[in-house]
Design a protein around this ligand. Structure first.
Ligand code: GAR
Length: 203
């Protein structure tokens, strides 16, 4: 069966990558395969998760690159080498320039740990998003999977899932609940959805 080839870009722990790997194993993802995992730093634990599952890995060390252009070109070279159909940002903590995003219209997806358009855009990443939600006092948050364009967290929304905030929440407990109850569910489902539409176009 024809599968869409996915490149997953990561920077840290890689629990969202793990959710994708598990979803491929369980059949929730049936139309895509993870062809390569690319990390923006060499100590990302996500690299171990990929290796443990026999997935090729590459490191494009952002801090060691002379420019944003060189950083992005190195990623483009990998995407071409592996003949990638679409790119998944799974805890990828680097902003991609318009030069990069324009090259792959509706072929890059991102998971963000809030209900966009709340608590998103430049400066809102990782735990900071949950700190902002708690300090604002919202009672419901969640996660969003969206296409990536030139506006940070501004592309078309693919899926969202809401998560209740509890009075006793800390940024850490909230992050964990949003991951477990939203991100790890809607990211694999979105990967399958996008993969199916790409395969349909190829037929
Ligand atoms: C996740 O909560 C993800 O949504 C968030 O960082 C965490 C990475 O965890 N991403 C962003 O904030 C991007 N703006 P992971 O490495 O375990 O998947």
């Amino acid at each position: 069966m024809l599968k869409a080839k996915v490149c997953v870009l990561v920077s840290g722990g890689g629990t969202n990558l793990q959710a994708i790997i598990d979803a491929v194993k369980s059949g929730i993802i049936n139309s895509a395969e993870v062809s390569v995992v690319v990390a923006s730093n060499p100590s990302a634990y996500a690299l171990e998760r990929a290796k443990n599952n026999g997935i090729p890995t590459e490191v494009v060390h952002k801090k060691a690159m002379p420019s944003q252009e060189a950083f992005e070109q190195a990623i483009i070279d990998i995407i071409e080498k592996y003949e990638i159909d679409f790119i998944v940002l799974a805890g990828f903590m680097c902003i991609l320039s318009e030069n990069f995003t324009k090259r792959y219209p509706e072929r890059i997806i991102n998971v963000h740990p809030s209900l966009i358009p709340s608590f998103c855009g430049k400066g809102f990443y990782g735990l900071k998003v949950h700190e902002a939600a708690l300090s604002y006092g919202v009672k419901v948050t969640g996660a969003t999977v969206h296409f990536v364009n030139e506006i940070p967290d501004g592309g078309r929304i693919i899926m969202q899932k809401a998560v209740d905030i509890e009075d006793t929440d800390t940024p850490e407990t909230l992050q964990k609940r949003v991951m477990e109850n939203a991100e790890w569910i809607i990211l694999p489902q979105s990967v399958e959805k996008v993969a199916q539409s790409i395969i349909e176009l190829k037929k």
